[in-house]
Ligand binder design. Structure first.
Ligand code: SF4
Ligand code: MSK
Length: 653
């Protein structure tokens, strides 16, 4: 079996050969993993799975009997609708807050950089700085980089507060959609404001109307997508560079048997980006050599891995469910973590090896880890300190316990909106023309996590396979992107896996049929691209043949993303059932009613075959409503001219 072939055998925990090999080692050596703990939790609470339990106050905890035989109200009188909607609202607020606080951290360092108070940070994309500044009304003419950056920071800092009636980046949203939001009272005003208001509304005895609560849930999520996440993406691009197509590698094979291996895990590029630079420090490379290593190998995990892959081509070792397994290779000197999606268990697994877990955010401490507080005023110095700790762990490595089970798979990343439009000659026209002609039937964002309740990566890979086969362009972010990369779906030559129309476009441009758009916060790129397409066609986003999918989601952030994608007009299919089925009214609203107000809704479909069919039908219905032709695949195959493989500007990573 070659490294990029996945195995979809029933009953397996994962489809990936590298993960399976490490699970086997864990079982043999008695190392506990996420799958063992999931099994130990069975049966999980049925009330919580339906969203019917509440512990919002000390008169509770309460639960509603879904069979109608036991209590139908909590002690305060809240019924199933209120309890389910309140729980969902708090989940959205937690997810939105996570992205938006990440955005705030970037913004604060950006502001400090403009004041000259940081070390290791600078404006890398001056054009983007000035373009975004002009967009947001900041004067740029005859002004220095720092002056423009400082004023841009001030504008965006105000987006977090209560002074605004709408967020700065809402000018990117089609007018017709903004009018819909205004009519519904869900225009996001301030990022912190919407999140705090959600916590207020879900306190006992505040918002007891489930529709009103869920509408504020959409507003809260919009403050993430068009607020905190978009700020994180845009400022990261300005500071660290706007991604462009880049080759990299993926899976546990990116680890090196003879180099110091450092895995960057979490989300925020503030630290991972400077660590990549520190790993090139000649003094530290010399130190590594003095211990017998041939170099220092930085690899990514999860979304901070996606950040450095997108911008610097840094290889990525895996996605969410690989975080314990990467430690079991015995080849890691350090796992450096910031925040979000880092299982507390990594500290326990690391104890079985010489690996140091180094936490860096004062917001995210891990008992048993070594904490090195990240301070942007000495960012470069902190990064060198961390790399030195990793190098000094190398002599403790037991080479006999090192198991690197596969060869890495090549993948292409780096598809920012700018890169996609750049590949198309600077305007959305060629993409729009291809969609109008039916060469590309539509586009789907397949995003989100792994969840141990499903075979790892199976849903991502199978859904994507079926969509591209049917000429649907797939945009990916987060852990989904890593799954597709491991399966070999993100190479220019994987255009051969696509239907004839999509294949012809990809081959002409030298791009894969699955475009890596970045980390979880970079779902803001997906909605920005959708808005640009809608603006070009002068239609609303919900009229476009687009869809979203989160086949293996697990996190609160994924719920926030799904909510802002739907509120922005893109129907989204979830592969894991959310805890809302205790309220038929809430289900009806999210799976049907919303369509009438925001032009999009949620669906839940764990079977990738059925999810692909559902999405294809949705896309064909949108095409029909726009008066676009239905073209059978055979006709496209005949009509498409023979094309030679083109060459997108790539840099080998
Ligand atoms: Fe029970 Fe109401 Fe308190 Fe929730 S808010 S725990 S339903 S009394
Ligand atoms: S890391 S939120 S598991 S995508 Fe962004 Fe992956 Fe989901 Fe975390």
């Amino acid at each position: 079996m070659s490294a990029n072939q996945y195995s979809a055998q029933p009953g397996r925990l994962t489809v990936n050969p590298d993960a399976q090999a490490m699970i086997d080692v864990a079982r043999k050596e008695g190392i506990e993993t996420v799958w063992d703990r999931l099994a130990a939790q069975q049966p999980q609470c049925g009330y919580c799975a339906l969203g019917l339990s509440c512990r919002n106050c000390a008169m509770g905890p309460c639960r509603i009997d879904p069979f109608g035989e036991g209590p139908q109200k909590g002690v305060c009188g809240a019924d199933a609708d209120v309890i389910v909607a309140r729980n969902l609202g708090r989940t959205i607020a937690a997810g939105s807050s996570s992205h938006s606080d990440h955005g705030r951290d970037i913004l604060e360092v950006f502001a400090a950089m403009a004041r000259g108070e940081t070390s290791g940070y600078q404006v890398t994309d001056e054009d983007k700085l000035r373009r975004v500044a002009v967009e947001l009304g900041v004067a740029t003419e005859d002004r220095s980089t720092d002056e423009v950056a400082s004023d841009l920071a001030d504008v965006l800092l105000d987006d977090y507060g209560s002074r605004r009636e709408s967020l700065s980046f809402l000018h990117r949203v089609p007018e017709v959609r903004k009018a819909k939001w205004a009519e519904l009272g869900i225009t996001p005003r301030g990022i912190d404001r919407e999140n705090v208001e959600m916590m207020h509304r879900t306190h006992m005895g505040v918002d007891n109307d489930y529709v009103n609560l869920l509408l504020h849930g959409l507003r809260t999520s919009l403050s993430d997508g068009w607020g905190g996440s978009m700020i994180a993406t845009e400022l990261s691009d300005i500071m660290f560079g706007t991604p462009k197509p880049v080759m990299s590698q993926v899976n546990l094979g990116v680890l090196s048997r003879d180099q110091v291996n450092i895995a960057m895990h979490g989300h925020n590029p503030l630290l991972s980006d400077v660590i990549v630079d520190a790993a090139q420090d000649p003094e530290l490379l010399e130190l590594a050599k003095s211990y017998g290593a041939t170099g220092i190998n930085v690899v990514g995990l999860c979304c901070t891995g996606n950040e450095i892959l997108m911008r610097k081509g840094v290889p990525i070792a895996g996605n969410h469910l690989m975080q314990e397994l990467v430690l079991i290779t015995g080849a890691l000197e350090a796992m450096v973590v910031d925040y979000q999606c880092i299982m507390p268990s990594v500290v326990d697994v690391a104890k079985c090896y010489h690996t140091k877990v180094i936490s860096t955010s004062d917001k995210a401490k891990f008992p048993g880890a070594t904490h090195v507080s990240f301070d942007p005023s000495r960012g470069a110095e902190v990064a060198r300190e961390i790399v030195r700790m990793a190098v000094e762990a190398y002599p403790d490595r037991n080479q006999e316990r090192v198991r690197i089970p596969v060869e890495p798979v090549r993948m292409m990343g780096g598809f920012s909106v700018e890169a996609i439009l750049g590949a198309l000659g600077g305007t959305p026209k060629p993409l729009v023309d291809a969609i109008v002609a039916g060469t590309i039937r539509g586009a789907v964002a397949v995003v989100g996590c792994n969840n141990p309740k499903l075979p790892q990566d199976l849903e991502h890979i199978e859904l994507t396979r079926q969509l591209i086969e049917n000429d649907i362009l797939v945009l990916v972010t987060g852990c989904a992107a890593v799954a597709n990369g491991k399966a070999g779906q993100m190479l220019p030559e994987s255009a051969a896996l696509a239907g004839p129309g999509l294949r012809s476009v990809c081959e002409a441009l030298g791009i894969p049929p699955v475009l890596h758009m970045g980390s979880c916060v970079d779902n803001s790129r997906v909605i920005a691209l959708a808005a640009a397409l809608a603006g070009y066609l002068d239609v609303d986003i919900d009229q476009l043949p687009l869809a979203g999918a989160a086949p293996e989601w697990y996190s609160e952030k994924a719920v926030a993303i799904g909510a802002y994608v739907v509120a922005s007009g893109i129907t989204t299919v979830l592969g894991v059932q959310p805890p809302i089925f205790g309220s038929p009214h809430v289900v009806q609203l999210l799976a049907d009613g919303l369509d009438g107000v925001v032009g999009a809704k949620f669906a839940v479909e764990p079977d990738p075959d059925k999810a692909a069919l559902l999405i294809r039908r949705h896309i064909e219905a949108k095409r029909e409503a726009l008066g676009l032709p239905f073209v059978p695949v055979d006709e496209i195959r005949e009509a498409v001219p023979q094309v030679t493989v083109g060459g997108a500007a790539t840099a080998e990573g």
